[in-house]
Design a protein around this ligand. Structure first.
Ligand SMILES: NC(=O)c1ccc[n+]([C@@H]2O[C@H](COP(=O)([O-])OP(=O)(O)OC[C@H]3O[C@@H](n4cnc5c(N)ncnc54)[C@H](O)[C@@H]3O)[C@@H](O)[C@H]2O)c1
Length: 395
């Protein structure tokens, strides 16, 4: 892990800087880089705005991708594509996009864009990503990146071949408290890490919610593992680095759900719950639990990170602070206090992607990118392997 100064390279521009970037002159000349990182010839006007196409325009895209990118001020949505025409049309209205449709390949061909953002169910990520890469555009694709490691590797390789910027919205990297945690760890405030103990609980699995794609392996790939566990794995990576070995257990509590609008029941063939014990390459131990069957939990995360010099607790319900016990005076007395985030820790997730394009950043510096998506996918696959074999798995 690098020093805290690596934030700028890892996550785009902190908000304090972001204001300045937004207000800059749009005509850049000598030695500037264009949106693909190519040098300008000193005469041209480089990209001042980003044209974005959207593929899969349901819940998260309408709630997060479109509003956050609209608020950016230098993003224009060219079109919205969804397999459901009405959903695409609704999203187009929200995004002020002039075109909507059901065939994203035709839209990519007929209405050129600089980038796409993808929010389909997991099984459709691969085809959408590859179509976008084939068109040579920058790609943001929701988590988990793929259905398996092989798909994720192919995406990483093709994106590298094309030299485009990629982005995977592991949203909790952008919780201010998570960024403060990263800074403390990089600064050595916790010392050498000993534990990352994380819990991510939702409760919708306990309800009589009818069958949805999230309960079907063929569409979702996995259940709580990909939906929630991928976030915990990504936070573990952010704070502690790679996992060396793990053992895992998964469980399904609710085995069938009603097919909406009928009396028929359909089988649930994904996990409701996943538990992981493991060890990082650094030697720190991890203990992760992600579940859709925690009663009374909407979207709750708590991760305690402990090291030789102190501890810190991240809780997404208190996104602007960490509970900390840092330094001898506090550790020796088992005393905990509250550390508040600063303005530099506030970065809007879906503005990092267009900022990176506008600034011509190197793809490797824009994080979390497809490479991180692949790292998470490897851990997910190891978890499934361990859950099925009952054995420890080395990564
Ligand atoms: N980062 C986060 O915190 C976060 C939160 C929620 C969801 N997600 C992820 O976002 C993605 C979408 O989740 P959601 O909850 O918005 O799902 P959703 O079901 O609300 O939306 C998915 C949309 O994709 C459309 N679609 C399906 N197949 C398609 C295809 N082949 N081509 C084009 N459109 C297609 C559907 O019609 C639907 O409108 C998933 O990867 C999910 O894991 C991430």
């Amino acid at each position: 892990m690098g020093s805290s100064r690596s934030w700028r390279g890892w996550h785009g521009v902190p908000n304090s800087d972001y204001t300045r970037v937004q207000g800059r002159e749009s005509t850049l000349t000598v030695d500037s880089k264009d949106a693909r990182g190519q040098k300008c010839d000193g005469k041209g006007v480089i990209m001042d705005r980003v044209r974005i196409g959207v593929i899969g325009t349901g819940g998260i895209v309408q709630a997060v991708h479109i509003p956050q990118m609209l608020a950016h001020g230098r993003v224009d949505f060219a079109w919205c594509a969804d397999s459901d025409a009405a959903t695409a049309a609704k999203a187009s209205t929200l995004a002020h996009a002039p075109v909507s449709g059901t065939d994203y390949r035709a839209l990519l061909r007929d209405h050129p864009v600089d980038a796409v953002t993808i929010g389909t169910p997991h099984v459709a990520h691969y085809d959408a990503v590859m179509a976008a890469l084939e068109a040579g555009v920058h790609v943001c694709c929701e988590k988990p990146l793929a259905m398996n490691v092989a798909e994720a590797e192919a995406m990483v390789n093709e994106a590298a071949r094309r030299g485009v910027i990629t982005f995977v919205p592991f949203s909790y990297w952008f919780v201010p408290a998570a960024r403060l945690m990263k800074e403390l760890i990089d600064d050595g405030a916790l010392g050498q890490l000993t534990h990352i103990n994380g819990y991510y609980g939702q409760g919708f699995g306990l309800t009589d919610m009818p069958m949805r794609w999230r309960f079907q392996r063929a569409i979702a790939g996995s259940g709580a593992l990909g939906d929630l566990g991928s976030h915990l794995i990504s936070l573990t990576y952010l704070w502690g680095g790679k996992i060396r070995r793990l053992t895992a257990h998964t469980k399904t509590f609710v085995h069938e759900r009603r097919v909406e609008g009928t009396d028929q029941m359909a089988p649930v063939d994904v996990d409701d719950d996943v538990q992981v014990i493991g060890e990082l390459e650094s030697g720190a131990l991890i203990n992760l639990s992600a579940s859709r069957t925690y009663a009374g939990r909407g979207n709750f995360q708590r991760v305690e990170v402990s090291g030789f010099k102190g501890g810190a607790v991240y809780n997404n319900s208190h996104s602007d602070e960490l509970e900390v016990c840092l330094g001898d005076a506090w550790v020796s007395r088992n005393q905990w206090g509250t550390l508040k985030v600063q303005p530099k820790h506030r970065v809007t997730q879906m503005q990092v992607f267009p900022n990176a394009i506008l600034e011509g950043r190197a793809p490797a510096d824009v994080l979390p990118n497809f490479q991180i998506g692949l790292e998470v996918q490897r851990v997910m696959e190891a978890i499934e392997e361990s859950a099925s074999s009952g054995q420890w798995v080395n990564l």
